[in-house]
Design a protein around this ligand. Structure first.
Ligand SMILES: Nc1nc2c(c(=O)[nH]1)N[C@H]1C(S)=C(S)[C@@H](COP(=O)(O)OP(=O)(O)OC[C@H]3O[C@@H](n4cnc5c(=O)[nH]c(N)nc54)[C@H](O)[C@@H]3O)O[C@H]1N2
Ligand SMILES: Nc1nc2c(c(=O)[nH]1)N[C@H]1C(S)=C(S)[C@@H](COP(=O)(O)OP(=O)(O)OC[C@H]3O[C@@H](n4cnc5c(=O)[nH]c(N)nc54)[C@H](O)[C@@H]3O)O[C@H]1N2
Ligand code: SF4
Ligand SMILES: [Mo]
Length: 698
């Protein structure tokens, strides 16, 4: 008789870059193998639900292709030829390369580069401690949130909103510019609960008929980058039809009269011509939100990924300030709660060592930085050494042709700490094997809800994998970088961070599993005032002074419209040569570049595809499944077409960031995307591209 396996259920937190930050119940089999992963039923936001890709996390954590030993390059850059070396030798060589870069050009020649492959605060942000201790170049993290956060905080003054669990108490949920069925499934749990228990109406605003749109009672299919026009026309109707809450406007907003006058000319007919919606659709939407006080505006990232994205986010946010929805439970707006936690991150990030005046480089412009663009280098020295954790820029960053050329530079030293041999790792001189979340201790906060959570080590890592923290302490010791954080364990850092932040202790959090940091109703709904000295919502933002982290105004700040509007000027222009607008929306079974290695995700996504309207396809002689080439001034990408009536003519959608080598000529979708910095503080306009589409003989 064979022994029954011992299965323990242990709590954890999903570490991936997703607003849902699910609380997990993980099956640990015989103390070393992961079984099923479920959403914690005890957690008020997760509510027992996780996405399919994390439910089958065993595929990723026990993947045969996991990196398990340090590797040194033995062939030409990018050849994929590596040989094992010891950890000591790998760290010695990395430290020596950093010292050499510093000796030649000063410490700014070293650029620690990271993002949110793990959202754990110790493992994600610890790299900044090494940066600050050594005076290495800074990173302005623009690839994801900058445009959205700028637009939201321009209105509210704070990055926080109504409790997302209140969606279940709403009579109308507006899901605007996010595709939660793909990107944050738990949002749907709460929106659908409102429909089931209260008959709430669900509105979705998007540029294609994605699975979220399919679930909506009212699906508004707008032309990309035109959300500002829709918002203006909605507010026009609200003022016109007596649906504005004038008492709220007088008490809580900066310039309602100027707004009303400004909107007089922005009626539904004006917006219909811009957005492609009908006048009737706009009137219906306006009447719905105007007569439903408990309307919850769930504003996503997707509609901010255009060059006018900050303006569009702000414009949509203005609607609940006109209806006064903020006054009501289940009403108001939510984008991200990243501003509510107030954690003291000095220990994690070594903020006390930050040196003023050190140059800060734009994360999205890594291609320009590595190819020596003087403006991108901010007039400073070249970057000759990179340390990369938690990100895969050779796949995900815009202007891929420049990124690849940069990584191919012979005089550039690259150390990549990774879980898999990603395209970025393949370009490295040294590859270090990284732990996964169930193999190390970390602390998490959530953008999409309001909890502080733990994810503790549950199993041993395979082979010689080390955590980000271990790599950083190993390098710090070799580089003479000093800070108390380098001498502490992750658990000690978590405990000290919680204590310094007035958020209890590690021991307490281990008991409770989660800490609900939701501000009281009055504050979350800004009934005690918005985050500006006069407490008033800004219809007329001070765009240059929006209080978010940035390295100075970028793009044409002076040209930003002073009141909500359709801002056409900065959008990628359609030209006779490049007539199609291309958006690169996330796929359901990948998460950015992650899960492109798991068999089930690959099987479900099949191959790189671009969706095209059947009439456009016919006009270009393109049939279902045909090979096509997308071309613009940055390059060309070959992939297969699929005919899809659920988008506007002239719009193309290529879902997901497939690895470049999933395309026949090795050029992935970010070949076509741009890294110019949109106003006010930069960002990445991943959904704002113009291209030509050409049939390919295959
Ligand atoms: N499965 C899966 N989940 C993910 C990710 C993933 O890649 N895959 N990525 C994660 C990350 S890092 C993030 S930041 C979040 C992002 O998640 P979201 O906030 O959902 O943002 P996006 O996925 O960029 O885009 C959402 C939707 O916006 C639409 N959109 C694009 N342009 C416009 C526009 O001009 N107007 C309107 N109204 N809609 C527009 C897109 O078509 C898409 O359907 O998701 C996270 N979750
Ligand atoms: N065309 C297009 N491009 C996009 C987008 C889009 O919508 N369209 N979305 C953009 C957005 S919103 C984002 S946020 C970026 C994200 O792009 P990336 O930052 O590249 O995204 P991820 O796939 O989340 O994570 C990258 C890597 O982190 C590694 N990793 C995970 N945990 C750890 C760890 O603990 N230690 C170490 N050392 N490594 C770890 C994973 O193995 C993975 O390879 O992509 C952007 N690029
Ligand atoms: S929905 Fe997001 S947070 Fe939840 S398990 Fe999936 S990737 Fe993780
Ligand atoms: Mo993101």
């Amino acid at each position: 008789m064979t022994a029954q396996p011992r299965i323990e259920r242990q709590s954890s937190t999903c570490p991936h870059d997703c607003p849902s930050v699910c609380a997990l119940d993980v099956e640990v089999i015989d103390g070393g193998t992961i079984g099923r992963v479920r959403g914690s039923a005890r957690h008020s936001y997760t509510a027992g639900v996780v996405c399919a890709k994390v439910a089958r996390y065993a595929e990723r954590i026990h993947h045969p292709d996991r990196l398990t030993q340090p590797l040194i390059r033995t062939g030409p850059k990018g050849s994929g030829r590596f040989a094992p070396i010891s950890w000591d030798e790998a760290l010695d060589r990395t430290a020596a390369a950093f010292r050499q870069a510093e000796a030649a050009h000063g410490p700014e020649a070293v650029w620690p580069y990271y993002y949110a492959g793990t959202m754990g605060l110790v493992m994600r942000d610890g790299i900044n401690r090494l940066r600050h201790a050594k005076g290495y170049s800074g990173q302005h993290s623009t690839i994801c949130t900058t445009l959205a956060w700028s637009g939201f905080v321009a209105g509210t003054g704070r990055l926080a909103g109504a409790d997302p669990r209140e969606m279940a108490e709403s009579d109308c949920v507006v899901i605007w510019g996010t595709n939660p069925v793909h990107t944050q499934v738990n949002l749907m749990t709460h929106a659908l609960a409102a429909r089931k228990t209260r008959g709430a109406r669900i509105v979705a605003v998007d540029i294609y008929d994605n699975p979220t749109m399919k679930q909506a009672d009212l699906a508004l299919l707008v032309r990309p980058g035109t959300d500002g026009a829709l918002a203006c026309a909605v507010m026009h109707v609200l003022f016109r039809d007596g649906l504005a809450d004038r008492d709220y406007l007088a008490r809580y907003t900066d310039c309602p009269d100027a707004l009303e006058a400004h909107l007089a000319a922005r009626d539904p007919a004006w917006a219909a011509a811009i957005t492609g919606l009908s006048v009737a659709e706009i009137e219906t939407f306006a009447r719905l939100v105007g007569t439903t006080k408990r309307t919850f505006f769930r504003l996503g990232y997707g509609f901010s990924r255009s060059r006018n994205g900050a303006v569009n986010m702000h414009a949509a946010l203005c609607i609940p300030a006109v209806t006064g929805a903020w006054r009501h439970p289940g009403g108001g707006a939510f984008h991200s709660n990243s501003g509510i936690y107030g954690l003291d991150k000095r220990l994690i990030e070594g903020l006390d060592l930050r040196r003023p005046g050190v140059r800060v480089l734009d994360q999205s412009q890594i291609g320009r930085v590595l190819t020596g663009d003087a403006e991108a280098l901010r007039g400073g020295p070249p970057v000759t050494a990179l340390l990369i954790q938690n990100t895969n820029p050779v796949s995900v960053a815009p202007e891929q042709e420049l990124v690849k050329r940069g990584f191919a530079r012979e005089d550039l030293f690259v150390c990549v700490h990774e879980q898999f041999m990603t395209e970025t790792a393949r370009m490295a001189d040294l590859v270090l094997p990284a732990t996964m979340f169930l193999e190390h201790d970390d602390l998490y906060t959530s953008g999409g809800h309001q909890h502080i959570q733990l994810g503790l080590k549950r199993i041993d890592p395979p082979g010689q994998c080390r955590s980000n923290h271990e790599v950083l302490t190993g390098l710090a010791a070799r580089l003479g970088a000093e800070h108390p954080g380098f001498a502490m364990t992750p658990r000690a850092i978590i405990d000290a961070t919680l204590r310094a932040s007035g958020r209890g202790t590690l021991a307490e959090l281990e008991q409770t599993e989660v800490l609900d940091a939701q501000p009281p109703f009055e504050r979350a709904h800004y009934l005690d005032g918005f985050g500006f000295p006069d407490g008033r919502f800004r219809f007329r933002p001070d765009w240059g002074g929006v209080p978010i982290a940035h390295d100075g105004p970028r793009g044409p700040v002076a040209a930003l419209p002073s009141l909500p509007d359709h801002w056409e000027a900065p959008l990628a222009a359609a030209t006779p040569e490049h007539p199609f607008r291309l958006a690169t929306s996330p796929a359901r079974n990948f998460l950015n570049s992650s899960f492109t290695e798991t068999p089930t995700s690959l099987a479900k996504e099949r191959h790189p595809t671009v969706m095209i309207h059947p009439e456009d396809a016919a006009a270009h002689g393109i049939g279902e499944g045909a090979w096509v080439r997308l071309v613009n001034q940055r390059g060309a990408v070959s992939l297969r077409a699929t005919l899809f009536p659920g988008l506007r003519r002239g719009v193309l959608i290529a879902e997901s960031i497939w690895p470049n080598d999933a395309y026949p000529d090795g050029r992935g979708i970010n070949t076509l995307t741009g890294a110019d910095a949109p106003a006010p503080f930069g960002g990445a306009a991943f959904h704002d591209n113009h291209v030509a589409i050409e049939p390919l003989p295959h």
